[in-house]
Write a protein that binds this ligand. Structure first.
Ligand SMILES: Cc1cc2nc3c(=O)[nH]c(=O)nc-3n(C[C@H](O)[C@H](O)[C@H](O)COP(=O)(O)OP(=O)(O)OC[C@H]3O[C@@H](n4cnc5c(N)ncnc54)[C@H](O)[C@@H]3O)c2cc1C
Length: 402
């Protein structure tokens, strides 16, 4: 007989693993979170929390703490870089559908950091930094997880292992799971700056998708900085990160001669994928977040849908621990539901969002602008569009399947 160290071990203290772990601890179950890095990584990836995700934060009691750390962005814009024309969409119109009718603009590491603080103070949660999962095995009774710590290789035993160890998940690789889909040929470059970008535009929102046949841009405000995201083909990483390229990006964005004086806080390159694991449920090992699926960041769905996985799985495990239903059918239902939503909503919508942005001829741009105008001017179409872009329809898809 093995001694059990916790009911659940979570690999990865990113936003998804931290959410799953804290949900379980709050429900009364012992959980150990293993994080390979020394702290919550302060990278510039997700910055948008959608309304259903804020409702889930509310379920675990952290919505108001998180909202305090971010910026409320009810309005977002699609802009045409050449003509300056823009179309606004306002989540405030969804006030009857959600308690949080806005996007929260907040760096993802603030959420992971907030949850790490909460877990450090929680009697049932044990978060261990500099602890890397190296291998695992499972049997009828539970999972055995081997962990590299700064001092030794330790072995932990739990009922379940949640793999929230990100895009390069070692657990997914050990399971030999196909990660089906494709990788875009271009990379995305994100630059962040404290330069007041809003001063260069009329009426800029905190979230702006700027179309241009030559180089589209996403402009996002978070409390600390403005973030600029551009696609890039045919340049080496060194060229992409160079001062010369930074000047060109900001000259195009803010006007000729402006780029040289812009100071950047981060310059980061990302590969962009559309991939979904063939299965999320592997017995006592469950995949969630980027370990389970990846999509391009247009629309801000990646982390949000990962948190939705964590909420769905966490509640399935709570039901199992409480003896409410058969474990196998609960986990199979988690797998079915989350893979269906990932394929039917997240993948489809993000691929479409990217296609709309990169229309690369004057005619395609005109068609794109006309499509947005038609949506904006028709109350029924606008409502449906807002329900999709806010991910509320995504959650309703789940409720309809129940
Ligand atoms: C440019 C860009 C912009 C984005 N913007 C948005 C957005 O606005 N909204 C949105 O919803 N999504 C966005 N995303 C996607 C979002 O960043 C990811 O979906 C999100 O980080 C996934 O969270 P996660 O917890 O699954 O994985 P991660 O955040 O990658 O966390 C995984 C954690 O696991 C740890 N780890 C890895 N291996 C091990 C191991 N063997 N043992 C222990 N720990 C391990 C890592 O150190 C890491 O801390 C964006 C992505 C990019 C690239």
């Amino acid at each position: 007989m093995f001694k059990r160290d916790a009911r659940v071990v979570v690999a990865g203290a990113g936003p998804v693993g931290s959410f799953a772990a804290y949900l379980l601890a709050q429900a009364g179950y012992e959980v150990i979170v293993l994080e390979a890095a020394a702290t919550c990584l302060e990278d510039m990836r997700a910055s948008t929390f959608h309304p259903p995700t804020l409702e889930m934060m509310d379920e675990i009691g952290i919505a108001s703490d998180l909202i305090e750390r971010g910026l409320k962005a009810p309005v977002y814009q699609y802009r045409d870089r050449r003509s300056g024309e823009h179309y606004e969409f306002d989540f405030a119109e969804l006030a009857g559908d959600t308690k949080y009718p806005f996007r929260l603009q907040c760096e993802q590491f603030k959420m992971a950091g907030l949850l790490a603080e909460k877990m450090e103070a929680h009697p049932l949660a044990d978060i261990r930094f500099r602890n890397r999962v190296v291998s695992f095995s499972q049997d009828d009774e539970g999972v055995t997880v081997n962990v590299e710590t700064p001092y030794a290789v330790e072995t932990l035993r739990a009922d379940y292992l949640i793999a929230a160890d990100g895009a390069n998940s070692i657990i997914r690789k050990w399971l030999g799971v196909e990660f089906e889909g494709f990788t875009y040929p271009e990379k995305f470059l994100t630059l962040s700056t404290t330069t007041p970008v809003q001063d260069y535009f009329e009426n800029l929102s905190y979230v702006n998708y700027v179309a241009d046949p030559e180089e589209w841009v996403v402009l996002l405000k978070v409390p600390s900085v403005w973030r600029v995201l551009v696609p890039s083909k045919g340049m080496s990483d060194e060229e992409l990160l160079s001062d010369e390229n930074k000047v060109k990006v900001f000259d195009r964005l803010l006007g000729a001669g402006e780029g040289a004086s812009v100071k950047t806080n981060h310059r980061t390159i990302y590969n962009v994928h559309q991939r979904v694991a063939e299965k999320f449920d592997h017995g006592r090992v469950l995949l969630v977040g980027d370990a389970a699926h990846l999509n391009n960041p247009l629309g801000g769905f990646g982390m949000n849908s990962g948190i939705h996985d964590a909420e769905c799985l966490g509640n399935a495990l709570i039901d199992i621990f409480k003896g409410r239903g058969d474990a196998r059918s609960k986990l199979a239902a988690f797998d079915r539901e989350r893979r269906a939503i990932t394929h039917e909503f997240i993948q489809r919508q993000t691929i479409r969002n990217k296609k709309m942005m990169e229309a690369n001829s004057a005619d395609a741009q005109k068609a794109y602008a006309e499509e947005l105008k038609a949506i904006q001017q028709d109350p029924q179409k606008r409502r449906e569009f807002l329900l999709n872009q806010s991910m509320i329809n995504n959650v309703r898809l789940k409720q309809a399947a129940e």
